[in-house]
Design a protein around this ligand. Structure first.
Ligand SMILES: [Zn+2]
Ligand SMILES: [Zn+2]
Length: 327
């Protein structure tokens, strides 16, 4: 089969003919129909996440069809359409797993990082970490739900119940979360790179009541702010835009250093927190919510052979919504 391989950090992916993977016990072999490109993939290629298996098939927003079952597979049938997210395996016995926080599992393994992912024609996944995809979504449209949607949703949940939600970095995650927020009757304030009119128009088109540069103050103080851009300087900026008792949630896996800032920005019970990974419960909740909320995704398809181009377009901010590889 054809796969895009990362052999070392800072190196372009190489389209390579490799032996097809075989499903072990409890695993399914999946014919990949679509795999979205996540900023985390860029952090892996760029060496900012330092523990990938090598060589690695990246990709953790996979939609495909079950074409072979390992022994003991009982959740899916041949031909079933499934999605595979970032969380690929957890131990089930550590304190985190036993307290509903498997996203923090001490021995967790992640798709497209420690487990080969979806930048390929075929992939193998543990059936316990695969999810049926709602029929409302075509393959390409569904792919960004698997990380931008799931981890975006987890990030949004930690915003609390407030009405005015700021979103810093209006990419794949934000464009889905904004629709969830609007569905719940909240107001979205979108912050983009200063002067990025196209991204601001995109945000308004998805229902943002205000869109401006990340160097601007919103017209009203925010109840909570979500940061999806990997830019540490946005943390004090978001705190300054957030009212007393508000929360700033960092949704990314990697961020540049956060500059020091006056304690007054944090005081009055403002909270900064991060979000790490996802739980299977997040996936079940979000995939049930997405069709009810009428979520639509904005995607740009690329052939599998164009993975490096897709990564470059994401890096340079040339995308609206999500890039999706189609083998
Ligand atoms: Zn565990
Ligand atoms: Zn991701």
């Amino acid at each position: 089969m054809k796969a895009q391989l990362l052999t070392a950090a800072h190196r372009a992916l190489a389209l390579t003919e490799v032996d097809p993977p075989r499903p072990g016990p409890g695993e399914v072999l999946i014919a990949v129909k679509a795999c979205a490109v996540c900023r985390t993939d860029l952090h892996i290629v760029d060496g900012e996440l330092t523990q990938p298996k090598l060589p690695l098939v990246p990709g953790h927003e996979i939609v495909g069809t079950v074409v072979e079952k390992g022994i003991e597979v009982d959740r899916f049938q041949l031909g079933d359409r499934v999605g595979v997210p970032w969380l690929g395996w957890t131990c089930g016995v550590c304190d985190y797993c036993r307290s509903g926080r498997e996203n923090l599992c001490d021995r967790a393994r992640f798709t497209g990082y420690q487990i080969d992912g979806g930048y390929a024609e075929l992939t193998v996944a543990d059936q316990r970490y695969c999810f049926p995809i709602p029929a409302e979504f075509a393959d390409v449209a569904a792919a960004p739900l698997l990380c931008a949607g799931l981890i975006g949703y987890r990030t949004f949940r930690f915003a609390g119940e407030g009405e005015r939600i700021g979103i810093y970095g209006f990419g794949a995650a934000a464009h889905i979360v904004a629709q969830v927020a609007r569905f719940q009757g909240r107001q979205v304030f979108a912050f983009t790179k200063p002067g990025d009119r196209a991204a601001q128009d995109f945000a308004r088109g998805l229902g943002a009541v205000w869109a401006g540069g990340s160097d601007e103050k919103p017209p009203e103080p925010l109840d909570a702010a979500l940061i999806f851009a990997p830019v540490g300087v946005l943390v004090p900026a978001a705190l300054a835009a957030t009212r007393k008792g508000g929360t700033v949630v960092c949704g990314g896996i990697h961020m540049s250093d956060i500059p020091s800032f006056p304690y007054a920005l944090l005081w009055e019970e403002r909270v900064i927190r991060s979000v790490a990974n996802l739980t299977r419960r997040d996936a079940e909740e979000f995939l049930a919510l997405a069709p009810r909320a009428g979520i639509t995704t904005t995607t740009r398809p690329y052939r599998l052979a164009e993975a490096n181009q897709a990564l470059a377009d994401l890096r340079e901010g040339r995308l609206e919504g999500a890039a999706v590889l189609v083998p």
